[in-house]
Design a protein around this ligand. Structure first.
Ligand code: AMP
Length: 355
C-alpha cells in the first residue's frame, strides 16, 4: 500500500485527471501532472504540473523521479512516453494502451475473447474503402484507426453514392457496418493489484454526433439482460492485460445481444455519476487500485440517476442549474474556452436513496 504523502504521477491534463487528482488528494496523496501545453485543467488541483512535449526525455525523467506510481487519464499518451517511465512505476501494463489506441487492435482483441464487434475492415487506401463498401455494405462509418474521440475522425456513410463524397483521410482507417441498436451502455470495472474485480452498474448512454451527452440509471431491461455477457468479456480483457485500475468497455445493446464498440483503459465519462451515485466513485477506486489500497464498494446508492454533460457555451450559465429543484450536483472543469462541442462540465441528478 502506497503510504499517505506519496506522489502519484498522472499523464494527461484533462478533466479525467482533474477528478482523479481530487480523489487522490482526498486520500492523502500528492499529484503531479504531465502533459504538453494546452488547457490542462488537472493542473488546478495538482501539487505541480509539468508542461512538456510527450517526447521530452529530460522532463519525463524529472517527472518520473518525483513519483511513487504513474498512471494515465488519456489513452492516446504515446507508447514512447510510457516506455520512458521506469516500468516499476507504471500502475498498469502499457499493453492496455497499445490495444486501445488502435480501433482495429481493440476489435481484434475483444473478438479473441468472445466479444462481437460490428462487421469491420481495415482501410489503407481508396481501393480498400471501395472493397469494404462492397463486403460490408452501407450504412456504415469510416473512422480513423487512431486518435479519434467524441465522434471526431469519423464519417458516416449512408449509401454507396454518398461514399463518393467521403474524403479518404490518408491514414489507416476502419470501416464499420452501422449497428442498429436500442441503446448504448458501458461496463466500467476496477481491477486491483491482486486481481480482484468490481463492477459498477451499467448506465444507458445517449450520444449526439458521436459524443456522450447523458448516462441514465436504471438502464432498462434490455441492457440489464446483456450486462452479464458484457461483464464476462470485460473481465477477460482486464485479466488478460493484467490490468490495474478502472477499465471501460462500450457496447451497443441490440436485439441480437451486446455488440462491442470500443474500450477505454481509463476512467470514463459514462462513470461520472459514480461520484455522488455509488458507494465509491470510479476516480477514488482507480486511485485505490493503483496505490494497492482496498477497493471500495461499487453499489448504486439511488433508485435513479441521470448524468448530463455540459457542452460548449452552456457552461457560461451553468451555475443557474444550482437554482433547480432536486439538489443537482454540478461539476465544472475550469476550461478556459467554451468552444462548441467541448465538454465543459457535467451535472448529476439523483432520485430517492436506496436502503
Ligand atoms: P466511437 O468513437 O467509436 O465510440 O463512436 C462514437 C459514437 O458514434 C458511438 O458511441 C455511437 O453513438 C456512434 N457509433 C460509432 N460506431 C457506430 C456503429 N458502428 N454503428 C452505430 N453507431 C456507431
Amino acid at each position: 500500500m502506497l503510504p499517505p504523502g506519496s506522489t502519484i504521477g498522472i499523464l494527461g491534463g484533462g478533466q479525467l485527471g482533474r477528478m482523479m487528482a481530487v480523489a487522490a488528494v482526498q486520500l492523502g496523496y500528492k499529484v503531479i501532472g504531465f502533459a504538453p501545453a494546452g488547457d490542462n485543467v488537472a493542473g488546478d488541483v495538482c501539487a505541480d504540473f509539468i508542461t512538456a512535449a510527450w517526447d521530452d526525455a529530460a522532463a519525463l525523467a524529472a517527472f518520473a523521479g518525483r513519483c511513487a506510481v504513474v498512471t494515465w487519464e488519456f489513452e492516446n499518451v504515446p507508447l514512447g512516453t510510457v516506455s520512458a517511465i521506469p516500468q516499476h512505476l507504471l500502475a498498469c501494463p502499457s499493453r492496455a494502451l497499445e490495444v486501445a489506441q488502435d480501433r482495429l487492435n481493440e476489435k481484434n482483441f475483444a473478438a479473441e475473447f468472445g466479444g462481437t464487434p460490428a462487421p469491420y475492415a481495415r482501410v489503407e487506401s481508396p481501393a480498400d474503402f471501395a472493397a469494404a463498401l462492397t463486403s460490408i455494405g452501407t450504412p456504415g462509418i469510416l473512422k480513423t484507426a487512431r486518435d479519434g474521440y467524441d465522434g471526431k475522425g469519423q464519417w458516416r456513410v449512408r449509401s454507396a453514392l454518398e461514399a463518393g463524397g467521403v474524403p479518404f483521410p490518408g491514414v489507416t482507417c476502419i470501416y464499420e457496418g452501422f449497428v442498429t441498436y436500442e441503446t448504448e451502455f458501458s461496463v466500467i470495472l476496477v481491477r486491483g493489484r491482486d486481481g480482484t474485480i468490481k463492477f459498477w452498474d451499467s448506465t444507458a448512454n445517449l450520444h449526439e454526433g458521436g459524443m456522450l451527452t447523458q448516462s441514465i440509471l436504471p438502464a432498462g431491461a434490455l441492457v440489464e439482460a446483456q450486462v452479464p455477457a458484457a461483464r464476462q468479456l470485460a473481465a477477460k480483457v482486464a485479466d488478460t492485460l493484467g490490468y490495474v485500475g478502472v477499465l471501460t468497455l462500450e457496447f451497443f445493446a441490440t436485439r441480437e445481444g451486446p455488440v462491442f464498440n470500443e474500450m477505454a483503459p481509463r476512467v470514463h465519462n459514462s462513470g461520472h455519476w459514480t461520484i455522488e451515485g455509488a458507494a465509491t466513485s470510479q476516480f477514488e477506486n482507480h486511485i485505490r487500485a493503483i496505490c494497492g489500497l482496498p477497493l471500495g464498494g461499487t453499489a448504486t446508492r439511488f433508485a435513479s440517476i441521470e448524468m448530463r454533460n455540459i457542452v460548449g457555451e452552456d457552461a457560461l450559465k451553468a451555475h443557474a442549474i444550482l437554482n433547480e429543484p432536486g439538489e443537482p450536483h454540478l461539476h465544472l472543469y475550469g476550461k478556459a474556452e467554451a468552444r462548441e462541442g467541448r465538454k465543459m462540465g457535467h451535472v448529476t441528478r439523483v432520485g430517492h436513496a436506496l436502503k
